[in-house]
Design a protein around this ligand. Structure first.
Ligand code: ADP
Ligand code: MG
Length: 278
């Protein structure tokens, strides 16, 4: 069993503090939904966990099985078993889905590092890759299992993809990378009902006992198809309440207005004293 622990995490962008003491423990086998109003800092949390260089952690820690992620680059965090599906995935014209996945899988499974060791060089991505035949077979099997059209393999990553196609590709990425922890940022936004079902089916198939999910979502729509064990309300840069699936139903009924009344403004960002003085 693995544990992802977020301890008293504070982070800022430029002079703006956005995360203000996030505490969360995610174990393998758990599906934890993080719900909150727009601007509360949910995507920021996802970026900080993934190691986006734009965000500065000012306090606290993020650990996987006791090992801190903070000093690791984004690709090392991926190797440590953390996967992030972005709210707004970027298009990479010129790089096919198959090539991207072969490189990513080779890195995560250690093919690249092995080659570097054998040659006594620094590990450079692409120095050695998972054998093509093996990779192709696994990709074809997983595309079938997760309802992804085989034509996707040749298309450029996210280039001209619809919202639904991007999310399906993310499910495929997860299926190939087999992370210990997956963080999904608004995987339901902009999906029609069919795409939502495909994405939910994929998540349910991937939600095994040896994997934890942190599902960031504004609406409870996706939670009609993927049942969380825990639901937390994120507000003003921290978690203000944690409970079971009933918390999502309550939000559906009452909206976020009462959260603001109870816990103050939704917006997480506050300028630091130095920035205001400057
Ligand atoms: P959510 O995903 O919950 O909608 P975000 O994490 O995207 O929230 O944003 C949280 C807050 O951080 C917002 O108030 C937003 O304006 C602010 N923010 C995000 N990126 C930046 C940035 N680069 N510079 C300054 N403020 C930012
Ligand atoms: Mg967001």
């Amino acid at each position: 069993m693995s544990v992802l622990e977020i301890r008293d995490l504070h982070a800022r962008v430029e002079d703006t503090e956005i995360l203000k003491g996030v505490n969360l423990t995610l174990e393998s086998g758990e599906i934890h939904a993080l719900m909150g109003p727009n601007g509360s800092g949910k995507s920021t949390l996802a970026y900080v966990i993934a190691g986006h260089p734009h965000y500065e952690v000012t306090q606290g820690d993020i650990l996987v099985d006791g090992q801190s992620l903070l000093e690791m680059e984004a690709d090392e965090r991926c190797k440590a078993g953390v996967f992030l599906a972005f709210q707004y995935p970027v298009a990479v014209p010129g790089v096919s889905v198959a090539n991207f996945l072969r490189t990513a899988v080779s890195n995560v499974r250690g093919y690249t590092a092995q080659a570097a060791q054998a040659e006594g060089k620094n590990a450079t991505i692409g120095s050695n890759l998972m054998p093509m035949r093996e990779f192709r077979k696994e990709l074809t099997d997983k595309m079938k299992a997760y309802n992804v059209d085989p034509s996707f393999a040749r298309r450029y990553l996210n280039d001209g993809f619809s919202g639904g196609e991007k999310k399906r590709t993310e499910v495929l990425q997860m299926a190939m990378l087999e992370p210990k922890f997956a963080i999904l940022d608004e995987s339901d936004s902009g999906l029609d009902i069919d795409a939502l079902r495909v994405v939910a089916d994929g998540i349910n198939k991937l939600a095994t006992q040896d994997r934890g999910f942190l599902m960031i979502t504004h609406y409870q729509r996706l939670l009609n198809y993927v049942t969380p064990n825990k639901v937390s309300i994120f507000h003003g840069g921290r978690i203000v309440m944690t409970g079971g699936p009933e918390v999502a139903h309550m939000l559906e009924e009452r909206g976020y207005g009462w959260v603001e009344k109870e816990f103050g403004p939704a917006k997480s960002s506050t300028q630091s004293a130095e920035a205001v003085a400057a």
